[in-house]
Design a protein around this ligand. Structure first.
Ligand code: PRT
Ligand code: MG
Length: 212
């Protein structure tokens, strides 16, 4: 049995064509089914539906043989013991700093002001501002970061941006592009040794599907 950990939503949707390239079709829809283990057309392949931030943990501890997760999640939560053979070029976005459109970020930085930054990505934000020599107080949030500057709780946020529509709708502007993000295949190394042939088949199929 090969077990693949995926999160619902954009990663699941964008992984379906890659699975298809490997001959795998998921037989249940995670949005309508309450099942957390989904069957596929291959009796020896199943899909686990887990929180995006839990994918590396399932793979690391062998609950899943492989999984797909954002580079943001890997950087923020660590990737100890995970083999990362492929950048799948899916669920692309960027991680940025954004502020209220009436906040003069550049001059605050120039003056050496201490900034309050709200984010789910505390480690990424800490490294980024340290590399710029900007002093920050970080506020950890778990979602809806965009709210924090609007209610005066933070000067800036560090968050994922894809179309930029969410920032625009909340009168926020991007002032720094920290890095580009895409999703990676992560593999349990012990599983790869034990189930080399079927896992290699999937990895190779994904690899040839990426560039198409
Ligand atoms: O949603 P939940 O709290 O359950 O978990 P999650 O947010 O960790 O999962 P999910 O499925 O939303 O995101 C999984 C992965 O998709 C992330 O870890 C990223 O690697 C990737 N990804 C790609 C994104 C986006 N694009 C993205 N746009 N994740 C989140 N967003 C958010 C963005 O922060 C903004 O709030 O979507 C919102 C809309 O973005 P705009 O710019 O298109 O308006
Ligand atoms: Mg989300």
């Amino acid at each position: 049995m090969i077990t693949i950990a995926l999160s619902k939503g954009r990663i699941f949707e964008e992984t379906l064509p890659l699975l298809k390239a490997a001959g795998i079709e998921v037989l249940e829809d995670p949005d309508t089914s309450r099942k957390l283990i989904l069957t596929t057309n291959q009796s020896d392949v199943r899909v686990l539906v887990v929180r995006a931030t839990d994918v590396p943990t399932y793979v690391q501890y062998g609950g899943a043989d492989m999984g797909i997760t954002g580079k943001d999640t890997l950087l923020e939560h660590g990737s100890q013991g995970l083999y990362q053979p492929l950048d799948l070029q899916i669920a692309k976005c960027r991680i940025s700093v954004a502020v209220r459109s009436d906040f003069d970020y550049q001059s605050a930085v120039k003056k050496g002001s201490r900034l309050t930054v709200a984010t789910k990505y505390v480690a990424i934000a800490r490294d980024f501002f340290a590399s710029k020599g900007v002093h920050v107080d970080l506020i950890k949030l778990y979602g809806s970061m965009e709210l924090a500057p609007l209610v005066g709780m933070a000067d800036a946020i560090v968050d994922l941006v894809s179309t930029g529509n969410t920032l625009k709708a909340n009168h926020l502007v991007e002032v720094e592009h920290i890095m580009d993000i895409s999703s990676r295949l992560v593999v349990n190394q012990a599983a790869l040794k034990l189930k080399q042939a079927p896992m290699r088949h999937i990895i190779d199929a994904f690899e040839s599907a990426i560039s198409k």
